[in-house]
Design a protein. Structure first.
Length: 148
């Protein structure tokens, strides 16, 4: 399939689903996920590997740019210590909870450590999109944006 047709299909379907889900008071991020599922799995279209690499890199660059626009040096200086503490607690607790849960289920220590190491990683695109979609404001939103 032509790559331009694929991109146009994803964008149009995502836009239409976004409008529908907004009326249902759901986030537009869900619409884009559903569009990807419909186009990829239901209609059995797939993008070449090169296309996925380009889209992923571009998306991450845009997300990082949006995050950078929302902060000032004064904010980072004021909230820096709190953010570091929250980040450390989040990573440690996620590691312990995931590792413990996987170990209880599998009794496989190496697997538990590997999965616990992967668990603290967060995908910024979804978090940023939901916060922007909901027009969330406040200290918790600012800290969340900084931690992502």
């Amino acid at each position: 399939m032509n790559i331009y047709v694929l991109v146009a299909s994803i964008l149009i379907l995502g836009f239409v689903l976004g409008r529908v889900l907004r009326k249902l008071r759901l986030t537009e991020v869900l619409a884009y996920i559903l569009a990807g599922i419909i186009i990829g799995r239901v209609l059995n279209f797939s993008a070449p590997e090169q296309f996925s690499v380009i889209i992923t890199g571009t998306t991450l660059a845009l997300v990082a740019y949006i995050i950078g626009l929302s902060f000032s040096f004064a904010f980072l200086k004021r909230m820096g210590k709190q953010m570091v503490i929250i980040l450390i607690v989040q990573v440690v607790m996620t590691f312990i909870a995931t590792g413990g849960f996987v170990y209880l289920l599998t009794r496989d220590l190496p697997l538990s450590i590997i999965l616990a190491s992967l668990a603290p990683a967060t995908a910024p695109a979804g978090t940023i999109a939901v916060l922007r979609d909901l027009r969330a404001k406040g200290t918790l939103t600012d800290i969340t944006m900084a931690l992502v």
